[in-house]
Design a protein around this ligand. Structure first.
Ligand code: PGA
Length: 256
């Protein structure tokens, strides 16, 4: 199976989100061999988008997950609230949260801990900034992120753990990572995650994210070990998102 996650970031009001969600459903209607599709609208649009997705094959995800269950935590949305809004997935540790809003490895860990006690499926994002890549330090950097997020965390073996490798320098950039860079790091991440978590192979899903579009999606997705892609900008364009879904379907058929 391949997974396509659309991260809409801080874009689209409720009406526009519902319209885009309808477009995504239209793309999937009556098609065989589709990837699993997950869309992550802004918090304000979650419940209307959920209604739109009812009886479709598209799942709902959130862009972050609060640490505490409830209480005086202004601006936070808890895992329980996300489940109440019928989210199935939530991103955690996205590079924009880490680098723009200063979310540390420790906070990311706490968010994951909060999710691990619930049915929410986490999509942990990791990836090195340009300076670390230039210094040849990407593996150490990502290992620190993974260790701090996952070491000793009690994880449900039956629930998948998604890890998106998103090099910071490739997000919203002109160029994605090269296929070779992506293959090396995703294999490395899978190895480290397996060692740290002791999860069965099939529970760890590794995605690539960073300037994925309809032109390059096939090349990323055809790499056997890559479970899918996390898409930002291109997920806001129905034509580009359709191209990415089609690329995933073509890969699924080719690999059957
Ligand atoms: P991008 O964003 O596809 O626009 O590079 C990816 C992401 O931030 O998850």
């Amino acid at each position: 199976m391949k997974y396509i996650i659309g991260n809409w970031k801080m874009n689209l009001g409720i009406r526009e989100s519902v319209a885009l969600a309808r477009g995504v459903i239209r793309i999937t209607r009556g098609k065989e061999g589709l990837p699993e599709i997950i869309i992550c609208p802004a918090f304000t649009a979650l419940s209307e988008v959920k209604k739109t997705l009812a009886h479709s094959r598209v799942s709902l995800g959130a862009q972050n997950c609060g640490v505490e269950k409830s209480g005086a935590f202004t601006g936070e949305i808890s895992a329980g609230m996300l489940l109440d809004a019928e989210c199935k997935y939530a991103l955690v540790g996205h590079s924009e949260r880490r680098h723009i809003f200063g979310e540390s490895n420790e906070i990311v860990r706490k968010r994951l801990e909060a999710m691990s006690k619930t049915k929410l499926i986490p999509v942990l994002c990791v990836g090195e900034p340009k300076s670390e890549r230039d210094a040849g330090n990407e593996e150490n950097y990502v290992t620190d992120q993974l260790k701090s997020a996952l070491d000793g965390l009690s994880l449900n073996k039956k629930k998948p753990l998604f890890i998106a490798y998103e090099p910071v320098w490739a997000i919203g950039a002109k160029e994605p990572a090269s296929i070779a860079e992506m293959i090396n790091l995703q294999a490395f991440i899978r190895l480290v995650a397996k060692k740290i978590t002791d999860l069965p192979d099939t529970s760890i899903k590794i995605l690539y994210g960073g300037s994925v579009d309809s032109e390059n999606a096939y090349s990323f997705l055809r790499e056997g070990e890559v479970d899918g892609v996390l898409v930002g900008g291109a997920s806001l364009s129905i034509n580009k998102f359709e191209g990415i879904i089609k690329a995933a379907s073509d890969v699924i058929v080719a690999q059957q």
